[in-house]
Design a protein around this ligand. Sequence first.
Ligand SMILES: [Zn+2]
Length: 207
Amino acid sequence: MTRRLIDLTHTFDCAMPAFPADPHARLCQIATLEGNGFNEFHLETNLHIGTHIDAPFHMIDGGNLISDIDLSALSGRGHLIDVRGATSFPAEVLDECQINPGDIVLFFSGFSEYFRMPRYYNDYPEFSLALADRLVTAGVRMVGMDTPSPDRPPFPIHKTLLSRNILIIENLTNLEHLLKAPQFTVQAYPLKLQADASPARVIAEVL
Ligand SMILES: [Zn+2]
């Protein structure tokens, strides 16, 4: 039987959008087959861009860097929570969901379709503090969303999750393909960077 893998990752191209206050990434070709005998690309980037993972160090003094994270924390049973149309996600969105410790919970707002528009960074919906507290109590391993952030300054949701070593995956896409998936797992692998965040390849496998 062929495995059904769904790529939840935005393509990192030369027009990758960034948070309005952040510098834009530069992905450019610096050698060509014709001129150099080989193709080569150069990447210069902020790490909170495209589909990426925030490590605890992003907001927590002394927290783990991306390179410190145990590999076992980067995959697990997934849940999709449909939060389309909401501007703030209440804790009750988890009422129908049987979450076990170590699970990964993805929030589908539908905002991915605005990824390259100003609206994506200006109007994205946020998590409520009650929802973050409930995710902590449930013992989840990772939380992901198809928006640039679960909150805004002073970042209460980031701090609540990261202080409990719950990783945050931002800027997911293709979550609509999981709406009808009865069960799936998530694998989210960042580069092994000594840094507070890293671009990641995030994949769901429908079971
Ligand atoms: Zn980030």
